[in-house]
Design a protein around this ligand. Structure first.
Ligand code: ADP
Ligand code: MG
Length: 230
């Protein structure tokens, strides 16, 4: 479906604010890559272990997402050994903790082909994401021109004032909005079953699956949607 399947690409899901949707994005992405046969590994850097819990719920019959636990590492193995994706892995998805120290930003973003930032339409979150993006540009020194950073507006209720305020604000940042995901229990339902939204059956998930098209397109090809689907 996409060229360059053979090389490993790293997708980092980042936002220092808790509850913005990092784990939701990371797990759904991992499931999608698994369906596509890209043999993904999901690296959970968060000591809360939410992605690891999702992996634990995932049925062994479902397309495999290789687990990598980036916290509580056993003392007898080196970090780089424990965090190494197995041979044949085409996509590495990294789920990061809230409150990631700024000093770690540079290391963690270094070899990421894509950095996805989920942001909620709330005044507090809009404020926090400004800081996060400033840190990426100034501390991690990622040039804007790289187009490696994309924002996903998450838990959106269309036609609300705060959503419109978020979209207005995001367009001023010159960081592309590469996806909009609505607020729906389908994500909660999928998580509970160790599934991604693309694997849910018999519900109202078709609208949500359609919303992933822009984000996946940007991740895989770098194509920035002119107008995101709401
Ligand atoms: N689009 C969405 N619709 C409904 N609930 C969502 C959505 N995205 C995330 N959630 C819920 O919000 C909570 C926080 O999301 P999570 O992905 O754990 O955030 P983070 O990893 O950034 O802390 C979880 O309970 C999750 O199920
Ligand atoms: Mg999380």
């Amino acid at each position: 479906m996409y060229p360059n399947h053979t090389d490993l690409r790293k997708v980092l899901v980042l936002n220092p604010k808790g509850g913005s949707g990092k784990t939701t994005l990371a797990t759904n992405l991992a499931a999608w890559y698994a369906i596509e046969g890209l043999q993904p590994a999901l690296l959970d850097m968060d000591p809360q272990g939410s992605s690891t819990r999702w992996l634990g719920k995932r049925n062994s019959q479902a397309p495999l997402v290789h687990p990598l636990k980036g916290y509580d590492l056993p003392g007898n193995v080196t970090r780089s050994f424990a965090l190494r994706p197995p041979p044949g892995t085409h996509r590495l998805i990294v789920d990061t903790p809230a409150g990631l120290p700024r000093e770690e930003l540079r290391d963690i973003t270094r070899d990421a082909q894509r950095i996805v930032i989920p942001v909620l339409p709330s005044d507090i979150d809009i404020h926090a994401v400004t800081r996060c993006i400033a840190d990426l540009l100034l501390v991690a020194k990622i040039p804007r021109g790289d187009r490696r950073i994309g924002i996903v507006a998450n838990r959106v209720k269309p036609n609300t004032l705060i959503f419109r305020a978020l979209m207005r604000f995001l367009t001023t940042l010159d960081i592309p909005v590469v996806g909009v995901l609505r607020d729906t229990q389908n994500y909660v339902r999928a998580f509970d079953q160790g599934l991604g939204i693309h694997e849910l059956r018999g519900g109202t998930q078709d609208q949500d699956i359609a919303q992933w098209t822009d984000l996946i397109g940007w991740l895989e090809t770098g194509h920035e949607p002119a107008e995101v689907v709401i």
